[in-house]
Design a protein around this ligand. Structure first.
Ligand code: FHN
Length: 706
C-alpha cells in the first residue's frame, strides 16, 4: 500500500502548526500549552480509510511480527509511582490515584517535582525483557493523568520540563530497544485528567470546564501522537481510556486512520474505539477500529477465534507501582498463563510497575528471570505458534507450528505414560526440548497415542514434548453436543464434529457409550424428556475420537402468581457507594427511590460509585422457556422468584451474561441489580422466549405493587 501523500502533507502542516502555535498560545495554568496543534490539518474523516482499504494479505504482512512474538512486556510508569499506592489513610491506589484519591490536578502536579528516577537504566529494563523471552515492550507514553514520559513540544507537563530528571525516557528506551532488537510500542490514553480541554471533568473536581474544547484537545492529542510516531517510530500504538461519553466510534475510526497515515505499518489495538468488545470484528454493520482485541486480566475460555488478541495482565493486583501489594502470581502460574494464552492463539502482555527510583520491584525481577529460564529452553513452543488443535487436554495445553505439535504438560501422567486423544496423523518422532538426546517412544492404542515419558516430570513449571509429523497433523475432537441444558416443553440437540470426511457420529440416549452398531446422527434430535446424550466419532467402523456426554433436563415451569391491581413500571432504589461486587442493597439506605418505566439508570447523579435495584413483576405471555440477558459494566444480577437467573456480577468492562428459566404464563416477581465502580458504564436487560426474539424487556410487561 503506497503512503498517502496527504499523510506526508498533513505531517508537514502539523509540525509547522506546532512551531507557529507555540509562538502565539500562552501556557494554561496547568502547564499544558493550550495549543491548537492541528489547526489547518485536514478535518477528521478526510483521512485514508485504512480499515476498509487494507487487504487480508496486507494485514497479515503488517501483523506478522506481532503474531510471531506472542509475548511482550507492559510497563505502567509515571508520577503515580511517587505515592506508591498510598494517599492519606488508603494504600490501595496505583495509576488511578488522582481519581481514586480525588487529588485536585494542581495538587497532583506537585508529584512532578519529586519525580527523579536516578536509577532508571533503559538498557537494563530492555535486557530484563529480552532475557525473559519478551519480544516487545509497551510503555505508558501518557496515562490518564496526562503526564508525558517524553520531551513534548506541546506541553510543559512532561519529564523534560516538569521534573528534575530532564531525560527523555521514551527516547532512551527506544534506543535501547533498537540496540537489542526488541520492538518499542507505546500505550497512550485518550482520556486525559490534566489537559484543560479534555472532557468530562472528574465528577468530584472543582476545576472549571469553562472554555474547554474537546476538538482542540483531540488536535492536541494528534499533535502529540505525531511527535511520538515521527520521533520514536513505535511499532504498536496501544490506546486506552476510550470509554467516556465524549469519545465515540467516529472519533476512534478517525484516530485509527490518522495514526496509520503517520506510519502505515503501525499496529493499533481495539481500544481506539469505544465499540470495542473483547473480540475484534470488522464487519459491515458493526465496524470496529483496531487490529487486535485486548482482554484484560483474563484469558478468554476458548480464545477469540478468527481474531488477533492479546491478554494484558498484572503480576500482582496493580498496574502502577503499589509498594503494599505483595500479591504476586507465582512464576509457574505466569508461565502456565503464557502457555494457556498461546494455546488459544493469543499474545501475552505481562505488566511491570516500576518504582519511583526507576527500578523494577524485586518480585518482578525474580519472575522475569524464572520465565526467561523456561523460555530459553521451550520458547519455540510459544513463538510463531497457532492455537491448539485439541479443544481440551486433561493434563495441560498444546500449540501448533507447521508439522509440529508442542505438548505442554502441567500434570505429569502416571508412570510417564501420556495419552494424546484424537490424533489422526501418525507421529514421525517425539522429543523433549529440555533433553534433546533422550529417546521418546510413541505407541498407538485404540483412538489415542501413548507417549512414553520419564517417570518424573521434566520441568515443574511445565514440561514440553514435541510431536513431529510428515505433514501438518489432523486431530479429531469429541463431537460438540449443542442445545439448551434445560428445555420446555421440547428440546433440540445437534451433534457436530470438527472433521467431516468419511465419518459418522454414533450416539446413545441412555448414557451408555455408543458402538459402531449404535444409531448415527443424521438430523437434530428432538427431546421431550430428561435425556443423557453420549456420542463419539467413528471412521470405517472404528471410534477415532473420545466420547462426549451431556444431559438435557425437561424443566418444570415456575408457577405464575395471582396478582391484581398492579401498576405499570418498576420500583427502583438508587445508591451511592464504592463496591467491587454487588452489595446487599437491602442493608443499605438509598439515595433516592421511585418508579420507572423500565430498567433505567438515567436517574443517576454521578458517573462512578453508584448502584440501582429494580423490583416488580414480569408478565409472561405463554408457558415456555425464557432466556434473560444482562449487558453491564460493571456488575449486575437478575432474579426471578428471588432465584438468581443471570449473574454478571463483578468489576468488568462491558460484558453480557445470560440465563434461562421455564415460566408459566402470568405474573412473576422480578428483581435486577446493578453497580458502577469507575470508567465506562452500561446496563441493559433483555429477554427472549416463545415468539419473542432477543430484545430489551418492554415496559409493557413490567409492573409493581401500588
Ligand atoms: O484504566 C486503565 C488502567 O489504569 C490500566 O492502564 C489498564 C491496562 O490495560 N487499562 C485501563 C483499565 O482497563
Amino acid at each position: 500500500m503506497s503512503e498517502t501523500p496527504a499523510g506526508q502533507t498533513s505531517f508537514v502542516i502539523i509540525i509547522s502548526c506546532l512551531l507557529l502555535s507555540l509562538l502565539i498560545c500562552p501556557h494554561s495554568i496547568s502547564g499544558d500549552a493550550v495549543v491548537d496543534a492541528q489547526a489547518g490539518v485536514e478535518s477528521p474523516g478526510s483521512m485514508v480509510d485504512y480499515l476498509s482499504l487494507e487487504t487480508a494479505d496486507e494485514r497479515g504482512e503488517r501483523m506478522a511480527w506481532w503474531r510471531e512474538a506472542r509475548f511482550g512486556m507492559f510497563i505502567h510508569w509515571g508520577l503515580y509511582a511517587i505515592p506508591a499506592g498510598q494517599w492519606k489513610d488508603r494504600t490501595d491506589h496505583a495509576e488511578w490515584i488522582l481519581q481514586t484519591g480525588e487529588i485536585p490536578v494542581n495538587e497532583y502536579e506537585k508529584f512532578a517535582s519529586q519525580f527523579n528516577p536516578v536509577k532508571f537504566d533503559a538498557a537494563e529494563w530492555v535486557r530484563m525483557a529480552k532475557d525473559a523471552g519478551m519480544k516487545y515492550i509497551v510503555i505508558t507514553s501518557k496515562h490518564h493523568d496526562g503526564f508525558c514520559l517524553w520531551d513534548s513540544k506541546l506541553t510543559d507537563y512532561d519529564v523534560m520540563d516538569a521534573t528534575a530528571f530532564k531525560r527523555d525516557i521514551l527516547k532512551e528506551l527506544t534506543e535501547a530497544c533498537n540496540r537489542e532488537g526488541i520492538r518499542m510500542c507505546f500505550y497512550h490514553s485518550i482520556m486525559d485528567w490534566h489537559h484543560p480541554d479534555y472532557l468530562p471533568r472528574r465528577s468530584w473536581e472543582t476545576r472549571s470546564a469553562e472554555g474547554a474544547d474537546l476538538d482542540r484537545y483531540v488536535r492536541h492529542m494528534k499533535g502529540q501522537l505525531a511527535e511520538l510516531v515521527q520521533n520514536y517510530q513505535p511499532e504498536v500504538l496501544w490506546f486506552d481510556g476510550e470509554w467516556e461519553n465524549t469519545w465515540n466510534h467516529e472519533r476512534g475510526v478517525d484516530l485509527y486512520n490518522y495514526v496509520r497515515a503517520l506510519k502505515p505499518d503501525i499496529i493499533i489495538n481495539n481500544r481506539v474505539d469505544p465499540r470495542r468488545s473483547e473480540t475484534y470484528k470488522l464487519d459491515a454493520e458493526k465496524e470496529l477500529a483496531g487490529d487486535f482485541g485486548t482482554p484484560e486480566q483474563r484469558i478468554p475460555a476458548t480464545g477469540l477465534k478468527g481474531y488477533d488478541w492479546e491478554t494484558c495482565m498484572t503480576m500482582n493486583d496493580h498496574w502502577g507501582w503499589n509498594k503494599f501489594d505483595k500479591n504476586f502470581k507465582s512464576s509457574r502460574d505466569l508461565i502456565r498463563k503464557l502457555i494457556d494464552i498461546a494455546s488459544k492463539g493469543g499474545n501475552f502482555l505481562l505488566n511491570i510497575g516500576p518504582k519511583a527510583d526507576g527500578t523494577f520491584p524485586q518480585e518482578s525481577i525474580d519472575r522475569l528471570r524464572d520465565i526467561g529460564r523456561w523460555m530459553k529452553v521451550n520458547g519455540s513452543s510459544i513463538y510463531g505458534t497457532s492455537a491448539s488443535l485439541f479443544e481440551s487436554l486433561p493434563w495441560g495445553r498444546s500449540t501448533t507450528k507447521g508439522n509440529r505439535i508442542y505438548l505442554h504438560i502441567f500434570d505429569w501422567p502416571q508412570e510417564g505414560k501420556l495419552s494424546v486423544p484424537g490424533l489422526l496423523t501418525p507421529v514421525k518422532k517425539a522429543y523433549l526440548p529440555a533433553r534433546p538426546q533422550e529417546k521418546v517412544s510413541v505407541e498407538s492404542r485404540d483412538n489415542q497415542v501413548l507417549v512414553n515419558l520419564p517417570v518424573q516430570p521434566i520441568d515443574s513449571m511445565a514440561s514440553v514434548v514435541v510431536l513431529e509429523f510428515e505433514t501438518e497433523p489432523e486431530v479429531v475432537n469429541p463431537p460438540h453436543i449443542l442445545g439448551d441444558e434445560a428445555f420446555y416443553p421440547e428440546g433440540t440437540v445437534e451433534l457436530v464434529s470438527n472433521i467431516h470426511d468419511n465419518i459418522h457420529i454414533h450416539y446413545t440416549l441412555d448414557g451408555s457409550t455408543p458402538t459402531s452398531q449404535s444409531k448415527y446422527y443424521t438430523k437434530p434430535l428432538l427431546l421431550s424428556n430428561t435425556t443423557t446424550v453420549t456420542c463419539q466419532v467413528y471412521r470405517a467402523g472404528k471410534a477415532i475420537s473420545a466420547a462426549e456426554s451431556r444431559t438435557f433436563t425437561l424443566a418444570t415451569p415456575r408457577e405464575a402468581l395471582k396478582k391484581s391491581g398492579l401498576e405499570p413500571g418498576l420500583r427502583f432504589k438508587y445508591f451511592h457507594g464504592q463496591w467491587s461486587k454487588l452489595p446487599d442493597y437491602n442493608t443499605l439506605t438509598p439515595q433516592s427511590t421511585g418508579t420507572t418505566d423500565n430498567f433505567d439508570i438515567s436517574g443517576r447523579t454521578r458517573r462512578e460509585d453508584f448502584g440501582f435495584s429494580f423490583i416488580g413483576y414480569l408478565n409472561v405471555p405463554t408457558n415456555g422457556m425464557y432466556r434473560f440477558y444482562l449487558l453491564s459494566d460493571d456488575g449486575s444480577k437478575l432474579y426471578l422468584h428471588d432465584e438468581p437467573v443471570v449473574d454478571n456480577d463483578g468489576e468488568h468492562s462491558r460484558k453480557e451474561k445470560e440465563g434461562a428459566i421455564a415460566l408459566e404464563a402470568g405474573v412473576h416477581p422480578i428483581r435486577a441489580e446493578f453497580f458502577q465502580r469507575g470508567g465506562e458504564f452500561i446496563f441493559e436487560v433483555s429477554w427472549s422466549g416463545p415468539g419473542i426474539d432477543k430484545q430489551p424487556i418492554p415496559a409493557g410487561v413490567l409492573s409493581h405493587e401500588p
